[in-house]
Design a protein around this ligand. Structure first.
Ligand code: ACO
Length: 426
C-alpha cells in the first residue's frame, strides 16, 4: 500500500507520496509541490533534500556504515582492488574472472595520453595547482578523444579513457611541474603499481615497487571511490543533467572537490598540523581556537554533513598510517599531533555535542606523505579515487527515465521594480 504524507498549507490539506529506500530511509516526493500549492521549499546546503534515488552507495551517518552496491567498504578494502571496485561501482556487480581480465586489458590499452597534450602541461606556470590542471585537462580529453553521444559504446570508451588516463595525466602533471621527464605506463604493472612508477621512477634511480605500498594505494583509492550525493558528485550529476558529456561533468566534479571544505581538506589537514608544530600552539589551545566562533579556524578533517559518528573510512585510514609508516620504518611527527588532537577533541563537550569526529581526510594525508606524494597532489589522489563513483553517478543520472535538468528555484530578496537611470543622471 502506498504511503502519503499529509501537509496542511493555508488550511488546505495536500498529500505527497512517500518513497522508501531499501534500508528504510524515507522521503516525501514534493515534485508537485509548487504546482499544487504555489510554495517551494528552502533548504540551503540541501541538508534535507534528496535529489535522486540511487542504487550505488548506501551510507548511514548515525551508525557509520558505508557500502558500495551493498558491500561494506571495509570488506572491499580488505579483499578487493581499486580496479575491481571501480568495475563494481560502474557495472553494479563484482566482475567474474573474464570480466576483470578484460577490464585490465582495456585499461592498459587506454593508458597512453596524446603527445600533444604535453604542450599544455609544459605551458602551465610551474606553480599552478595540479587540481586546476587536472580539471582543465580532463575537459580537454573531449577534444583529443572525441565521443559523439551517450551510447553504451561511447560511454565505455570515455569511462576507460578517464579511469586509465587520469593516473597517467596526474603523474605527468607532477613530473612536468618539476621539470622531470615523463614516465610512460607499463603493460606489466597493475593500475596502482603503474601510478607509483610513473610518479617516482627515474633513469638513474629506478623505482623499487613495494607490494605493501601498492596494496595501501589500492585501499586508499577504494576508500575514496564513492560517497553518494556529496558536493562534487552533485556537481557531476548537475552538469550531466544538462546532457553535457562525461568528460565535462568529471571536470566539474574535480573543480568542486578542490575546495578545502570538501576534498581539499586532505591538503588543509597537513597544512594545519604543520602550522601547529611550527607555531608552538598547544593542543588544548588549538581546540579552543576551533571552538571560538569569532575565529574562522576550524579543525580540518573533522566533522561531516552525514556522519554523526566516526567516519568508517577514517578508522581504516588511521590504521593504515601506522601500517605504512611501520613498513617504511618511518616516523611522522604529524601523526602524533593528529592523534593527540583527536584524543582531546573527542573528550571535549563542543565536539561531543556537535557529533564532530575525524573524517576520511584527517589521516589520509599522513599515508600519502609516507608514500612520497607531494602535498599539492593530495586532492588529485582523492580525485583519482573518486572517479569511478562520479562515473557511476553520472551514468545513473543520464539513464534515469524520470531524470530532468537540475534547475532549483530561489526566493528573490533583491530590489523591487527599479527604472533605469541614464549615466549622465547618476
Ligand atoms: N571544527 C570546528 N567546528 C566545526 C567543525 C570543525 N571542523 N565542523 C563543524 N563545526 C561546527 C560548526 O561551526 C557548527 O557549529 P554551530 O552549530 O554552533 O554553528 C556545527 O559544527 C555544524 O557545522 P556545519 O558547518 O553547519 O556542518 P556542515 O554539515 O554544513 O559542514 C563540514 C560539514 C563542511 C565537513 C564541516 O564539518 C567542516 O567544515 N569541516 C572541516 C573541513 C573538512 O574536514 N572537510 C572535509 C569533509 S569530508 C569530505 O568532504 C571529503
Amino acid at each position: 500500500m502506498s504511503e502519503f504524507v499529509k501537509v496542511i498549507i493555508e488550511g488546505k490539506t495536500y498529500e505527497f507520496p512517500v518513497i522508501i529506500g531499501t534500508e528504510g530511509e524515507k522521503a516525501f516526493d514534493i515534485s508537485q509541490l509548487r504546482k499544487l500549492t504555489g510554495y517551494i521549499t528552502h533548504d540551503p546546503g540541501f541538508g534535507s533534500t534528496g535529489c535522486c534515488t540511487s542504487a550505488i552507495t548506501f551510507m548511514d551517518g548515525e551508525k557509520g556504515i558505508l557500502r558500495y552496491r551493498g558491500i561494506p567498504v571495509d570488506q572491499l578494502a580488505e579483499h578487493s582492488t581499486f580496479v575491481e571496485t571501480a568495475y563494481l561501482l560502474i557495472n553494479g556487480h563484482l566482475p567474474n574472472h573474464e570480466q576483470l581480465t578484460n577490464m585490465r586489458v582495456l585499461l592498459n590499452d587506454s593508458s597512453m595520453v596524446h603527445e600533444d597534450m604535453k604542450i599544455f602541461y609544459q605551458n602551465f606556470p610551474r606553480n599552478t595547482h595540479p587540481m586546476g590542471i587536472l580539471s582543465a585537462m580532463v575537459n580537454a580529453l573531449k577534444s583529443f578523444y572525441p565521443a559523439y553521444d551517450n551510447t553504451e559504446e561511447e560511454v565505455t570508451k570515455m569511462t576507460l579513457n578517464l579511469i586509465s588516463k587520469i593516473r597517467t595525466m596526474s603523474a605527468m602533471s607532477y613530473r612536468m611541474s618539476r621539470g622531470h621527464m615523463v614516465i610512460y605506463p607499463r603493460p606489466d604493472y597493475s593500475y596502482c603499481a603503474n601510478f607509483l612508477n610513473m610518479m617516482f621512477d627515474n633513469p638513474v634511480k629506478p623505482y623499487k615497487l613495494d607490494e605493501d605500498l601498492v596494496k595501501a594505494l589500492n585501499v586508499f583509492w577504494i576508500l575514496h571511490a564513492d560517497h553518494e550525493q556529496n558536493c562534487s558528485t552533485t556537481a557531476v550529476r548537475v552538469v550531466g543533467s544538462g546532457k553535457a558529456n562525461l568528460y565535462a561533468a568529471i571536470s566539474a566534479g574535480i573543480a568542486a572537490l578542490w575546495g578545502p571544505l570538501h576534498g581539499g581538506a586532505n591538503q588543509a589537514v597537513i597544512e594545519m598540523l604543520t602550522n601547529i608544530q611550527q607555531s608552538g600552539y598547544s593542543i588544548p589551545q588549538v581546540i579552543e581556537k576551533a571552538k571560538d566562533k569569532s575565529d574562522d579556524f576550524r579543525l580540518m578533517g573533522f566533522g561531516h554533513r552525514v556522519y554523526k559518528t566516526y567516519d568508517p573510512r577514517a578508522k581504516i585510514m588511521k590504521k593504515m598510517c601506522d601500517a605504512v609508516l611501520g613498513k617504511l620504518k618511518k616516523k611522522d611527527p604529524l601523526l602524533d599531533t593528529a592523534k593527540k588532537l583527536e584524543e582531546v577533541a573527542l573528550t571535549d563537550s563542543y565536539f561531543i555535542e556537535k557529533n564532530l569526529y575525524p573524517n576520511v581526510d584527517f589521516y589520509s594525508g599522513i599515508v600519502l606523505r609516507a608514500m612520497g606524494i607531494p602535498l599539492n597532489m593530495f586532492t588529485v589522489m582523492f580525485a583519482i579515487g573518486r572517479l569511478p563513483g562520479w562515473i557511476a553517478q553520472w551514468q545513473e543520472g543520464v539513464e534515469d527515465p524520470n531524470g530532468k535538468i537540475c534547475r532549483p528555484r530561489q526566493i528573490y530578496t533583491g530590489a523591487g521594480l527599479t527604472n533605469y537611470v541614464p549615466l549622465e543622471e547618476r
